[in-house]
Design a protein around this ligand. Structure first.
Ligand code: HEM
Length: 175
């Protein structure tokens, strides 16, 4: 009896979530294209998805935090950690400043904040800084991205469209 269960691989979950985050960020960078209400709710969903992303990498966060001042830690890991920390702070700033200048999401919830000019400037600045940080983050993880896309996207597509190999004649048919 076949008792094997189809389980969702954590790598696949990470791939789907990371692609969704990337697409959401690109759309959020063009509020005039999406319209303000979509921009704001997408931004809120983005912040929630970032929390999920952090929870999925929680073990790495804890382990690397413990070893950050350890001389044995590889320099690349340290740079990666620092970059991720900056990216996290930046996402907090984007979300906080976005909420402070909200004209759709917050009023829809019956809330109103006194928008000050500085929040708008901070929102634009932190969103632009994220472009650099995210670009570097993707560059540092390029190998993982390439391998995972090959395994879960390109290889299954190739397998699906590969022409069927003609069946090899059996010895019985030959005789
Ligand atoms: C992924 C997260 C987000 C990114 C990347 C992002 C990015 C941007 C960018 C690039 C602009 C245009 C700035 C400019 O024209 O100078 C903008 C404007 C704006 N964003 Fe966000 N944002 C995000 C999240 C949010 C959230 C969560 C809110 C509120 C709940 C929000 C509210 C606004 C508002 C009200 C504007 C001003 C639009 C205008 O006056 O034309 N954003 N955002």
């Amino acid at each position: 009896m076949n008792t094997s269960k189809r389980t969702l691989s954590p790598t696949k979950v990470n791939l789907v979530l990371d692609c969704t985050l990337f697409m959401a960020y690109l759309i959020a960078m063009a509020p005039r294209f999406s319209g303000l209400p979509v921009h704001e709710w997408l931004g809120v969903a983005f912040a929630a998805a970032i929390v999920t992303h952090l929870l999925l990498h929680w073990d790495w966060i804890i382990n690397t935090t413990k070893r950050i001042f350890n001389a044995a830690l590889h320099q690349k890991q340290r740079v990666n950690y620092l970059l991720n920390l900056l990216l996290f702070i930046d996402v907090v700033l984007i979300s906080l400043s976005g909420i402070m200048i909200s004209r759709a999401a917050l009023p829809a919830l019956g809330l109103q904040v006194q928008a000050a000019f500085a929040w708008r400037g901070l929102h634009t600045l932190s969103a632009n800084v994220a472009l650099i940080l995210l670009g570097t983050h993707i560059a540092l993880h390029w190998q993982w991205i390439g391998n995972t896309f090959n395994r879960y996207v390109f290889a299954p597509i190739e397998l699906r469209f590969k022409p069927m190999q003609p069946a090899r004649p059996t010895t019985e048919a030959n005789s």
